[in-house]
Write a protein that binds this ligand. Structure first.
Ligand SMILES: [Zn+2]
Length: 114
């Protein structure tokens, strides 16, 4: 009797895997909101700090949401510096400021009520 060859290359169960959604938290307001666009700020291995909208750069990253207040605080408070473990110097401040200003008006002012 010929032996029956059973193909077992397939893993037993291919149940629906929960999709891994990386949680991004604004380092300033600690909001986790996928709907808000978060901008990644990266401390690169050489110590320079850049904005990384693509989220692909290597280095230690921190996210900032699109609230103007968070950018203000990132510039003026030690929050971002602590998150990235750097000193925010004038160069970095300028970079953050110009990014904040570049953003096209962030739409009409939303109502006070949320
Ligand atoms: Zn925020």
């Amino acid at each position: 009797m010929p032996e029956q060859v059973v193909h077992t290359s397939r893993k037993a169960k291919g149940g629906p895997r929960p999709k891994h959604v990386p949680r991004r938290t604004c380092v300033v307001c600690r909001d986790q909101d996928a709907k808000r666009s978060l901008t990644r700020v990266v401390r690169q291995p050489d110590g320079s700090v850049v904005l990384d909208p693509s989220g692909k750069l290597n280095g230690r990253g921190a996210y900032l949401c699109d609230r103007e207040r968070c950018w203000d605080l990132a510039i003026t408070s030690p929050i971002l510096a602590k998150a990235l473990r750097i000193e925010i110097d004038e160069t970095i401040r300028d970079r953050l400021r110009s990014h904040r200003q570049e953003r096209p008006g962030s739409g009409p002012q939303e109502g006070m009520s949320d």
